[in-house]
Design a protein around this ligand. Structure first.
Ligand code: SAH
Length: 207
């Protein structure tokens, strides 16, 4: 899997090491474990998927790219859309503190069970609507949204540190693109539209 990531252009050695350190087979159903290290999205129940490893690596490399080296060891990150908890575990290897929010209670509980054996003391899972962020845990150096909405919620933009990066897919079921937002000042956010993307929808409220 790491060779595939290198071949797909992932260069950040900390990201490659973090991806290598998390056993992805722990995050998929036993029947799919033999495919856990292929670069594919797989079903995790509740109509959701575990993201492709190359997508996880690309997103984390992108949010980390602008983070000053001395800040990496102290950085606080937010993930919206825990799913089965895989990306959250990778993020816990890259950031000092990680908060991850999931709106489907069944998945929040699956993630908790999947992550328990890894004993990641710097990762906190929250059940709730991640569109609202986690105001008491911010501001965040990095925010990664794992589901596509029609816009980036203002609450998330407000919870970015200065400077910070946010990555979120924006669009509907047919057309999505990854949006990169850089907060450069208290009142300054810069948007760059990156590649086309394919994520599950960002939904409102909890279930
Ligand atoms: N991060 C996961 C990807 C999970 S798929 C991984 O490592 O593979 C995206 C997840 O976002 C789904 O579990 C979905 O339920 C969740 N989601 C969608 N809308 C959300 C919202 N408003 N708040 C929190 N989670 C949400």
């Amino acid at each position: 899997m790491i060779e595939t990531l290198r071949a797909s252009g992932i260069r950040d050695l900390q990201v490659l090491a973090a991806m290598q350190s998390v056993p992805r087979h722990l995050f998929v159903e036993p029947a799919l474990a033999s495919r856990a290290y292929e670069d594919v999205a797989l079903p995790i129940g509740h109509g959701q998927t575990i993201s492709r490893p190359s997508t996880v690596a690309r997103m984390l490399e992108t949010v980390l790219a602008a983070l000053p080296a001395e800040r990496r060891g102290h950085a606080v990150a937010l993930e919206v859309g825990t799913g089965c908890g895989y990306q959250a575990a990778v993020m816990a290897a890259l950031f000092d503190q990680v908060v991850s929010i999931e709106r489907v209670r069944g998945l929040h509980e699956i993630a908790r069970d999947n992550l328990r054996p890894l004993r990641l003391a710097n990762l906190r899972l929250m059940f709730g609507d991640g569109r609202l962020g986690a105001p008491l845990s911010g501001p965040f150096d990095a925010i990664v949204v794992a589901a596509a909405g029609d816009r980036i919620p203002d609450e998330l933009l407000a919870q970015m540190r200065v400077p910070a990066r946010l990555l979120a897919p924006v669009g509907d079921g047919q057309r999505q693109a990854l949006h990169l937002v850089e907060r450069t000042g208290p009142d300054a956010w810069e948007l760059t539209v990156l590649d086309a993307a394919r994520f599950v929808p960002l939904r409102v409220g909890t279930t």
